[in-house]
Write a protein that binds this ligand. Structure first.
Ligand SMILES: O=P(O)(O)OC[C@H]1O[C@H](O)[C@H](O)[C@@H](O)[C@@H]1O
Length: 232
């Protein structure tokens, strides 16, 4: 695996198969090792740390080694974000640092389900109102970074209650509808895309946006995305 961070890393949060059981296609799946590691609130220097905390933002790295849980590819647990004070859900900016990712996004009212395919260097903006699961559909370790508001708590209940997202991704890139959901739309598949007006560009590290006073404002004021008519 490539070196993904220059400097000391804090102790990561970890999720094991036991933490994930409620959201897996196969409730009895086994895995010996930690499924993924979450390095939260990283910064390369005290200036960046101060800039991030003054804006209530954090930069995290998540590492997901390849693994199959029964037939299902390893993935994050999945959650929604609440609404920001401006009435729109908190978004989240991601970048694949190495490996491959499928971002499985679903609207709260389940009127839309999207899989965003992303490869190394690609950027993905999870829009307001979408829950998200990140799948590692390859046999390489997925390392991804995110910048997100630190002003909210992720909401896991819907995913736990419904045993995961609306679909599971199984070996061979087969998407299986989760039987605990009623009617859900077919998946729309899209490739990760840039959002130049927000300086979200493939192969340009999202870390470099730290310190730019305007460009990350939408992370706490998601109405900005509405104004530019951002759609996934
Ligand atoms: O919270 P989970 O569903 O387990 O997903 C894991 C990821 O979720 C969020 O998006 C965080 O900002 C990441 O730092 C974290 O690694």
């Amino acid at each position: 695996m490539m070196k993904f961070w220059d400097g000391t890393l804090p102790k990561p949060g970890q999720r094991t198969v036991e933490d994930m059981r409620s959201v897996l296609a196969d409730f009895n799946a086994c895995a010996e090792n930690t499924l993924y590691f979450m390095y939260r609130s990283l910064s390369m220097n005290p200036g960046d740390k101060e800039w991030l905390s003054a804006r209530c933002l954090r930069y995290d790295i998540t590492v997901i080694p390849p693994c199959l849980l029964g037939d299902e590819y390893v993935k994050t647990k999945g959650h929604y974000h609440p609404k920001a004070p401006d009435g729109f859900g908190f978004p989240e900016l991601y970048q694949v640092i190495s490996g491959e990712a499928h971002f499985l996004l679903q609207k709260r009212d389940l009127s839309d389900v999207v899989v965003v395919r992303a490869k190394t260097g690609d950027v993905v903006l999870v829009p307001p109102g979408y829950g998200h699961v990140t799948i590692n559909p390859s046999n390489e370790t997925l390392v991804m970074a995110n910048i997100v508001s630190d002003a909210f708590k992720s909401e896991y209940e819907f995913y736990e209650h419904n045993h995961g997202a609306a679909y599971y991704e199984l070996f061979g890139n087969v998407f299986l509808k989760n039987p605990n959901y009623g009617d859900v739309p077919k998946i729309r598949f899209v490739d990760a895309f840039e959002v130049p007006e927000l300086k979200i560009l493939h192969n340009q590290s999202i870390y470099d946006l730290i310190g730019d006073d305007e460009v990350l404002e939408y992370l706490n004021n998601p109405v900005i995305l509405e104004k530019i008519n951002f759609k996934i």
